[in-house]
Ligand binder design. Structure first.
Ligand SMILES: Nc1nc2c(ncn2[C@@H]2O[C@H](COP(=O)(O)OP(=O)(O)OP(=O)(O)O)[C@@H](O)[C@H]2O)c(=O)[nH]1
Ligand SMILES: [Mg+2]
Length: 216
């Protein structure tokens, strides 16, 4: 029984990777850079998408977003209210987006119109790690309000991402968290080869570096 489950899991992941590759090729064919944001519930993914998209648009590039959530369209509405074109993508009961859901969202977007697409994954620090979507960058967002142990508890998502962000630096003191502990854990996990970027989507502290590392 256990062996069958492992086999099924392998097939699901293999099929996801096949569709993710096809999404990537489609995006490249249309000259689009795609940035996926994974991370904990409430870590500030939507806030960051909105701020990053503002900067992208100020540079004269055209941006849109796929708002992934289990249910509802709150994030899509916030994005649209900020002036960012966005499509909603509900997973129903699933705790992560998969490449096929993203493919179906891309089908709803006129790809001729955009240079950059942000894909906001469902808030979760476990499941999204296994399901690449076809983006150029996989970004993981945690925040100071989650405590100082997120990197120690969730190795996989940090190892499966290209860029890591520690958001809500503006309230680190208020919640009694020392950002250096989190940044240090990340450095240790990645053997000092990668940096976690501290920022605040609210004050925009640290956002220049993130824009630069994502090549936006
Ligand atoms: N103080 C402070 N608050 C922030 C910051 N970024 C986001 N918030 C607030 O944190 C709350 C959650 O932010 P969201 O952007 O909705 O977080 P999310 O990761 O998209 O949440 P889900 O999509 O539900 O997983 C909101 O009330 C934001 O205004 C920040 O840098 N500093
Ligand atoms: Mg959100």
């Amino acid at each position: 029984m256990h062996i069958v489950q492992v086999g099924m899991e392998y097939d699901v992941l293999k099929e996801n990777n096949r569709i993710a590759n096809s999404n990537y090729r489609l995006l490249k064919k249309n000259g689009i850079k795609a940035i996926e944001l994974m991370g904990s519930i409430g870590s500030g993914k939507t806030a960051l998408v909105i701020k990053l998209a503002d900067r992208v648009r100020k540079k004269g590039l055209r941006a849109c977003a796929i708002a992934g959530d289990v249910a509802g369209d709150d994030d899509q509405r916030r994005m649209r209210e900020s002036g960012l074109d966005a499509v909603n993508c509900n997973t129903g009961r699933e705790c992560h987006l998969d490449a096929n859901l993203v493919k179906r969202s891309l089908d709803k977007i006129d790809l001729d119109l955009y240079d950059v697409i942000f894909i906001e994954n469902v808030g979760n620090l476990v499941c999204p790690a296994d399901f690449p979507l076809g983006a150029d960058y996989r970004v993981v967002v945690i925040s100071t309000t989650e405590g100082d142990d997120m990197v120690r508890k969730h190795h996989d998502i940090f190892l499966h991402s290209d860029v890591a962000i520690l958001n809500k630096m503006d309230i680190a003191d208020a919640v009694g968290v020392d950002p250096e502990v989190i940044l240090g854990d990340y450095k240790k996990l990645t053997g000092g080869l990668k940096t976690m970027y501290g920022c605040s989507a609210r004050t925009e502290e640290g956002m220049d570096e993130i824009v630069s590392v994502l090549g936006l």
